[in-house]
Design a protein around this ligand. Sequence first.
Ligand code: 5GP
Ligand code: ZN
Length: 112
Amino acid sequence: MDCIFCKIINGDIPSSKAYEDEWCYAFHDINPQTPVHILVIPKTHIASADGIDAENSVYVAKIFEAIPKIAAAAGLERGYRIISNCGEDACQTVKHLHFHIMGGRRLPENMG
Ligand code: 5GP
Ligand code: ZN
């Protein structure tokens, strides 16, 4: 499958690792929009939040168990935002489910 995030998981495309366990991989966004901008992805191909189902939702649960550890290691004790763009109107560009962890400065109240 021609998926850049699957290639990142496999090591075929280099990335700057922030965290890894058997369920997920986290790495620094190549084009950071905040001082800390990390992407967390499941180690299985799920196209977007729309593709989450009873079979694969364990990956999502495990990602959300990992996020506090990733945030703490990144120094985000003042808080952070978790974003997952899903589909065209949300401007999802990579069709492999990912959660943006963004912080390191005060973020705008408006999200849309
Ligand atoms: P989306 O717009 O789909 O929610 O977010 C995709 C994100 O992936 C973007 O923030 C973009 O900068 C990031 N990205 C795309 N390709 C790569 C890559 O090859 N390496 C890394 N580290 N980030 C990438
Ligand atoms: Zn993929």
